[in-house]
Design a protein around this ligand. Sequence first.
Ligand code: HEM
Length: 510
Amino acid sequence: MIMLISFLAMAITLILPLFLYAFYQTLNLKTPAFTNWPFVGMLPTLLWNVSRIHDFQVQMLKSKGGTVEFLGPWFTKMKAVITADPENVHYIMSKSFDNFVKGDLFREMFQAFGEGIFTTDSIQWKYHRNLLQYLFNRSFESFQEKIIHNKVEKSLIPLLNHVVQQKDSVVDLQDVFNRFTFDNICLIILGQDPNCLSIDFPEVAVEKAFNQAEESIFYRHIVPECVWRLQKWLQIGQEKKMTEACKIFDNFLYDCIASKREELKEKCNKNVDTEKNQHVDLLTALIREEEGERKDSKSGDKFLRDSAFNLFVAGRDTLTSALTWLFYLIATHPLVETNILKEIKENFGQKEKPWILSVDETKKLVYLHGAICEALRLFPPIPFERKEAVKEDILPSGHHVYPNKMILFSLYAMGRFEDTWGKDCMEFKPERWISERGANVYVPSYKFFSFNAGPRTCLGKDSSFIQIKMIAVAILCNYRVILEEGHIPSLSHSIVLFMKNGLKVRIAKR
Ligand code: HEM
């Protein structure tokens, strides 16, 4: 009976909007604003605008003062408050932090993340957070610096040189960044290099599987719960793809865990110095934690798998997205490019090729820092976040929230609000982030929300700026990146803001 109701719900949800859409098209009418239709609620409007969902949200939120109520079909639990209001963000993320959680439905929708730092709440989350804070220490910074240095020198530069030699060849820079960050995160977490970034552009199934899972999770946000649950049960559409992707990266992660355990056992049997004082990959560090360096250590392959998966998404896809949009914006703003190069020359005029900076050197680049902040403001790698209330409450905007009512934050819309950023909010202006004294301007995290705010602020914020600067400087000083004529970028449908068809460019030597 439940299956039948779910099936009918799915049919109505998918078919009715199509009828309404055809009706509007036939009469040549404009598609309606956020109309609450009988029975189907506001879902048709959402589905009509799904191809431009982020810009649609900006438009809706601007017209409603920063927060809107969304009501789904009558028979579903699809109810949400969508907000881009900094006061609401401040209230939920910091002032009333304990009353707002990710919740059980979030964990189900983000099932691929398991019980990792992104999906857990209260004590479990605190455990993950403390553990990662302890692992991301100073020696981790230099370990990461070495990895990036090597990757840039041994893989990125040879690959781009190869592209330059193939006269007139067009390359997808987003794919290049994806490969770079995949190798990088494998080295950081697993201590092994899959060499995805090489001139033959090898197909790596697990790299694609992560992206597929992220797309399928996004899809779970735009259809009623009963629809994706039915699809999951029937194993069709996006849900089938999700299951296949999960199998691929689970096999990959569990194999890595098994071989790492084996490797550490062998080292231990042979009495090889296990480099306790040197920095090691995060998986080794987590396995050592199991051996009891901390009293409350958690253990088991599932714990390691979940921790590794969360770090893969946190530390990889966000960087790919940030680099892709940064390079798109620089390629379309030649004056900004000139200013970045000028700043590099002023600071390190005598530096020899191949222009790979150290961590300390990256900290001198104030203008480049501003350009990165601008890219992250206009194109936040995580375009939306969600929470729900433990006890009912009224938000500063006056909206009522209660358990099971989704609160969605549009980070994408927040970066495009005049009230926060001024009349020129749609322009790419690194100068916005530089004070009269020439230092970077501080903007509170509940306004510049791209790295989250409050106790759950991103743990990789500083490291992200370092990595992006190292990669950006190495590319900009060695090459000119020219946007392929006619290439129009569009936003992906995923929980990470990629470019839908990649970033097609030509590369020339500088
Ligand atoms: C440009 C790059 C990055 C951006 C824009 C970014 C953004 C974010 C955002 C928005 C969140 C909150 C997500 C949520 O709760 O739903 C977050 C959390 C997190 N980020 Fe990042 N991130 C970036 C890079 C990194 C890197 C390189 C790492 C380190 C490997 C990292 C580690 C984390 C962790 C561990 C959390 C969970 C924090 C918690 O819940 O306590 N991030 N990040």
